[in-house]
Ligand binder design. Structure first.
Ligand code: SF4
Ligand code: MG
Length: 327
């Protein structure tokens, strides 16, 4: 299958008071049509910046300095703003963690939904309003005919996130990028929203990039997973292989840190000791070396590359240097 999205060697730099900071430096993954890829990692690992880079939504002080983002074969890197906006309105949609910041408080839900559909799908006002009600029903909002005329502050957090999903779906995108969309919600609502997103993506064939720090969410949502550490993808594989046969020591450590039902009360979990490196003082060699229990001499000086260890499975680690990948 031709990938829908192919990100290769993405590198994003920000200029700051303390000098240039590279937040993303070595992000590669691919996504087939209809597939869900989870980008997982601790906060500050570069997940959100990767998403914003793909969407061309970086803050003014940020820019992509290397790599490519092929969407249906077209490189989005360096595309003029006007064309990027068209891609964003139409083919790729984004859902953020806090819906209130992306919803306009002075417009009704219906007007916000209609706005994009009038602009990008060329619907009339009446058509767009009808379609807005249908979309609200589709995302499970009760009394959609009334809610369409409500303002965002009248809705609960979970309902607002459903509105955001409706907005994302309104232009029938091929790809939805969701950045921790359920993190701010309580667990019951979180489970409902995850189920809704899974069902909608199966029904509409929309591919998703789902950003999370939560491996429970990964298990729930992912077809494929890219594990990020300190601005790099350190392992990319399908979700079953990730949980059954993780290769990168960081992935293994993350998996050990999941609280387990059978852990006796009071027993310590397995936190990974140390913390994510400061981007201004990135370690030399492998960025994980000072936290890695399997580090070797070369790890402190030589940076490993992300290389295939099996078909559709890549790892950035010197332990697999000699692995022969069957063609
Ligand atoms: Fe550990 Fe070395 Fe592999 Fe890095 S390259 S994860 S330090 S074994
Ligand atoms: Mg983030």
């Amino acid at each position: 299958v031709t990938p829908l999205l192919q990100v290769d060697g993405l590198r994003t730099e920000f200029s700051t008071d303390q000098g240039p900071v590279t937040s993303v430096d070595g992000v590669s993954f691919s996504l087939a049509p209809g597939e869900t890829l989870c980008l997982v990692g601790e906060s500050g690992s570069g997940k959100s910046v990767s998403a914003l880079s793909i969407m061309g939504l970086l803050a003014r002080n940020g820019r992509i300095t290397a790599g490519s983002v092929l969407f249906e074969g077209q490189d989005l890197v360096g595309l003029p703003d006007r064309e990027l906006r068209r891609v964003r309105g139409h083919a790729i949609a984004m859902i953020f963690q806090e819906p209130m910041t992306s919803l306009n408080p002075v417009l009704t839900i219906g007007d916000q939904l209609a706005e994009t559909m009038i602009l990008h799908l060329g619907l009339t006002k009446a058509q767009a309003r009808q379609r807005a009600i249908e979309l609200l029903e589709k995302v499970g909002i009760p009394r959609a005919k009334d809610v369409v005329d409500d303002h965002p502050h009248r809705l609960s957090g979970g309902m607002r996130q459903r509105v955001m999903i409706a907005m994302a779906l309104s232009c029938e995108p091929k790809l939805i990028i969701a950045d921790e969309p359920t993190t701010a919600l309580d667990v019951t609502i979180q489970a409902q929203i995850l189920r809704l997103m899974r069902e909608l993506s199966a029904e509409t064939g929309t591919a998703m990039i789902f950003i999370t720090h939560d491996l429970g969410v990964v298990a729930e949502m992912a077809d494929r997973v890219a594990v990020m550490y300190a601005g790099q993808v350190v392992e990319e594989t399908d979700v079953y292989t990730l949980f059954d046969d993780p290769k990168h020591p960081y992935t293994s450590a993350l998996l050990r840190s999941i609280p387990h039902i059978t852990t006796p009360a009071g027993d310590r979990l397995n936190p990974i000791s140390g913390s994510v490196p400061n981007l201004l003082h990135m370690p030399t060699g492998c960025r994980f070396h000072d936290r890695c229990l399997q580090a070797m001499d070369r790890c402190a000086t030589e940076p490993p590359e992300l290389l295939p260890v099996a078909s559709q499975h890549s790892v950035r680690c010197w332990l697999y240097d000699e692995t022969e990948v069957p063609a």
